[in-house]
Design a protein. Structure first.
Lengths: 170, 428, 296
């Protein structure tokens, strides 16, 4: 069997070769992995502008964003007051209503139940807000989880008012 | 394969290896005795393995984004080129990788022809190799159809129409291949499925190919049998591993030269035109690596004849170990065969050149001459050479003249005989 | 005897070859296809370090939009491509306003109706015709090809496109041209159904460059080359890095290979050589025979 004589000089060359080789291998593998990341056509759809000028108070508009439903609700005064009055101690996932909205009249949430991902039904449940039929989670007029297996409040996406009638989501 | 049984050092390794001898296999592969005198033409097996894996990896990734539907295929490839992260790189690597794969395989085959690697006892290596080659050509042909460009469509139409030449059942076979009355969506879908599948068949055959090789061991440039001792062989690892790696890197450099700086040079512009069943391109040509067979196909005036001769040109290679009757393996010691070998190489290159030309005038005549020569070389010249060629004397071992005793003594005797000095005892 | 015949055969073949070779070379030189030299130009994107000229791309887009897009679709481009790196690199706002000039059919809405809306960054370029058949019918039976990869779809690539645009010529007397067919020096077959698209001043460039025929042809060709190869600059950049890396790695592997192989000159091997040499020396010097000259 050939003896592996590693003198200090020799092993520097081999170490350098291995290192550069490893760098090359990594650089080769990266594109093969990155190609599975969202491509540029998908990324271009990552923001959506929605016209909300036609929504009346008490009505919810549902739009699709990144493949998920977004609930845009123009709340009535009653709903806003109800949401503000809730004691944080009573909440499974404590969060102030004012932290969940930029303008209290407009509630923008991702309509995906935080339990296992079903789409909650509007106007239903003990709080007359949202109810998830899959496993019985009840959300209040701020979209916060009040009763049932869901652990967190309905998620608020990144959004902003481009003007009074348009919301840009994402 | 006379080796001592490998016994792993640790108890766990022994438990594992006695049940699934992967460690023994790995030991066999690293210690595998390789002739010391192999030149760089022997590195192409490693290069081919690299490209098989590269094509499979890039292919599987492309399959994540490609859509095999006649309305969407062309667009899906543009999507890959424009939108998928590094999609352009992976696509160009796969397309040019195919050309590099064939370049390497042709060098590999001609190396075999030159050094007699097809001769006994290596016939099964040769035959498994030919099956791999056939599968490669089928895979490449089907792969080229997938972009559904003009050349994809029409080259596939031409080739699938060839089956119509078979008497009696030809039309049925063609319709069966197409899944319809012409090349269409069913055809594209099945070509996609088979194009994905065949490379794994190739991989299995490569395993058989290497297994068949490891029985007698490698051939070598001298063509004479090698003693499996330290004198004449070296362990595959690290010597041949490093040599193969070096050769692989050089070849990859050429490959990436195409990918980054001339990615469409080896292709055909017409394949950037979406397939149109109503418009035939002016010149239908396959990819360059199929050109010699295309030339043979068109050289024969009859449709069925062309098909027969085209398939015969590959089948004849299967018979090669029995047609090449010379007892001497390597062209190094066959001065006449060497010349005919190079004539054959030029003829094949000529056929490739003619395959790209329109089948008119002088090109047809030349193609017929070259086709005739190709068959004459295998059917007439080789058997004749085997019988009548005066070969050069073979050395007794591959280390001759350096280490082998009888010949070195002869050389010393000659030198000593010329010695005119005083001290006959020590020749000083 | 038979061997000599084979030798003669081989010699004959070599001579035949030479003749064949000469015929083939001269044959293709005098072949049916006369080699047309394209009009020369310097293209900034050619060569291993080639890049696109941003200003030329922006002007080229303008030419496409104002002259070509009336008949030619470029359906694989999206408006966002105009703002992405490696292309004309218009500002996002400019591209948004470009896109908004064109409408797209969307829907159905919640009432089940289809509606039109202005195009967005994520939308593809608007097509001049709803489908291939409409485009063909509107252009005298000749379909104006989609331009997304047109540059790659023609032999000669950008040189061909450029030459074609400037290649319209007057025909000599007696040369028959049907209605709606024009003579072009670079079109294979010389007959083209597109009338000369570029005339001096056809476009008023936003950046003030004078819109001569050659200027417009150059700009639109550059734009179309980018449209066909939007990642050309990234490809060249990566290629350069890859080559430098490979040369370094190749050098390291080469020396590693030499180092590994130098083990073959190890003590083990040279001991073996010495042993053999000794044996030979002994055989020769212990020779007791008659003929020291030949050792017989």
């Amino acid at each position: 069997m050939s003896k592996k004589i590693h003198s200090k000089r020799r092993s520097f060359l081999f170490t350098a070769t291995y290192t550069i080789g490893a760098v090359g291998l990594g650089a080769t593998i990266w594109p093969l992995v990155d190609q599975m990341n969202p491509d540029s056509s998908v990324k271009s759809l990552s923001t959506t502008e929605v016209n909300v000028g036609n929504i009346e108070p008490g009505k919810t508009l549902t739009v699709l964003w990144r493949g998920k439903p977004i609930f845009i609700r123009r709340r009535t005064k009653k709903e806003i007051d109800e949401a503000a009055k809730v004691d944080l101690k009573d909440l499974i996932d404590p969060e102030k209503d004012s932290d969940r909205t930029k303008n209290p009249e407009w509630l923008v949430m991702i309509g995906v139940c935080t339990h296992l991902g079903c789409v909650p039904l509007g106007g239903k449940g003990e709080y007359k807000a949202w109810f998830c039929p899959c496993h019985g989670s009840h959300y209040d007029t701020s979209g916060r989880i009040r009763k049932g297996p869901a652990p967190k409040n309905l998620e608020i996406p990144k959004y902003e008012f481009v003007d009074n009638n348009t919301i840009k989501i994402g | 394969m006379s080796e001592e049984k490998y016994v792993p050092k640790s108890k766990l390794a022994r438990w594992f290896d006695s049940r699934l001898p992967l460690l023994s296999l790995s030991h066999h592969l690293t210690e595998y005795p390789t002739p010391k005198n192999l030149n760089y033409w022997w590195t192409f097996g490693g290069i081919l393995t690299f490209f098989l894996i590269a094509q499979i990896v890039t292919g599987i990734i492309l399959a994540m984004h490609y859509v095999a539907n006649t309305d969407l295929a062309f667009d899906s490839i543009e999507h890959i080129m424009r939108n998928v992260n590094y999609g352009w790189l992976i696509r160009y690597a796969h397309a040019n990788g195919s050309s590099m794969f064939f370049l390497a395989v042709y060098i590999h085959i001609f190396r075999g022809l030159y050094y007699g690697s097809h001769k006994p006892p290596r016939e099964m290596i040769w035959i498994t190799g030919l099956i791999i080659y056939l599968l490669m050509m089928s895979t490449a042909f089907m792969g080229y159809t997938l972009p559904w460009g003009q050349m994809s469509f029409w080259a596939a139409t031409v080739v699938s129409n060839l089956f119509g030449a078979i008497p009696l059942v030809g039309e049925n076979i063609t319709a069966w291949l197409w899944g319809g009355y012409s090349l269409g969506n069913p055809t594209l879908n099945r070509f996609y499925s088979l194009h994905y599948f065949f490379p794994f068949l190739i991989f299995a055959l490569v395993v058989l190919h290497i297994w068949a090789l490891h029985v007698p061991g490698n051939n070598n440039p001298m063509g004479i049998d090698v003693k499996k001792n330290r004198n004449e062989t070296m362990s595959f690892h690290p010597y041949m591993v490093m040599k193969d790696l070096l050769a692989m890197l050089v070849f990859i450099l050429i490959f990436l030269g195409f990918v980054f700086y001339a990615p469409n040079f080896l292709g055909h512009p017409d394949n950037y035109i979406p397939a149109n069943p109503l418009v035939t391109p002016a010149h239908i040509v396959p990819e360059w690596y199929l050109l010699p067979f295309y030339a043979i196909l068109r050289a024969i005036p009859s449709k069925l004849g062309g098909v027969i001769f085209m398939f015969a040109s590959i089948f004849i290679l299967v018979l090669l170990p029995w047609l090449d009757t010379s007892k001497v393996r390597s062209a190094v010691f066959r001065p006449l065969y060497k010349k005919f070998f190079w004539v054959l190489v030029v003829m094949v290159i000529l056929l490739a050149y003619l395959g790209a030309k329109p089948p008119e005038g002088i090109y047809v005549i030349l193609a017929r001459i070259a086709t005739a020569y190709y068959f004459i070389h295998f059917l007439i010249i080789l058997p004749l050479l085997g019988r009548y060629e005066k070969t050069s004397p073979l050395p007794t071992s591959i280390s001759d003249p350096v280490l082998d005793k009888p010949n070195i003594v002869d050389k010393f005797k000659k030198t000593a005989g010329k010695y005119e000095g005083e001290n006959v005892d020590t020749f000083k | 005897m038979k061997e000599r015949m084979l030798i003669r055969l081989n010699n004959l073949l070599v001579k035949v070859f030479f003749i064949v070779f000469v015929i083939t070379i001269s044959g293709s030189a005098n072949s049916e296809e006369k080699k047309i030299e394209f009009i020369k130009n310097n293209w900034s994107f050619e060569g291993i370090f080639g890049t696109f000229n941003r200003a030329s791309l922006q002007r080229g887009y303008q030419v496409y939009q104002e002259v070509c897009s009336g008949c030619h679709s470029i359906q694989h481009l999206s408006y966002r491509n105009l703002a992405e790196k490696g292309g004309p690199e218009f500002t996002l706002d400019k591209v948004k306003s470009i896109a908004a000039q064109f409408e797209i059919l969307d829907g159905p809405n919640d009432d089940g109706e289809m509606f039109t809306r202005p195009r967005r960054l994520s939308d593809k370029f608007a097509n001049p015709y709803p489908n291939v058949q409409a485009a063909t019918a509107a252009n005298g039976g000749a379909y104006p090809p989609d331009m997304s990869v047109l540059v790659k779809a023609r032999k000669g690539e950008w040189n061909y496109i450029y030459s074609l645009l400037l290649g319209y010529e007057e025909v000599s007397a007696g040369y028959e041209l049907d209605d709606g067919v024009y003579y072009n020096k670079y079109m294979p077959g010389n007959k083209i159904m597109m009338s000369q698209p570029l005339f001096e001043g056809a476009v008023e460039y936003a950046d003030g460059t004078q819109a001569t025929e050659t200027q417009m042809a150059k700009d639109v060709t550059t734009f179309l080359t980018w449209a066909a190869e939007p990642h050309l600059e990234a490809r060249h950049k990566m290629g350069f890095k890859v080559f430098i890396f490979l040369i370094i790695l190749l050098t390291l592997v080469y020396f590693s290979k030499q180092k590994v192989w130098s083990r073959l000159d190890s003590k083990e091997n040279s001991d073996q050589k010495d042993e053999t040499f000794d044996k030979v020396e002994r055989a020769v010097t212990e020779y007791e025979g008659e003929d020291p000259k030949t050792f017989k």
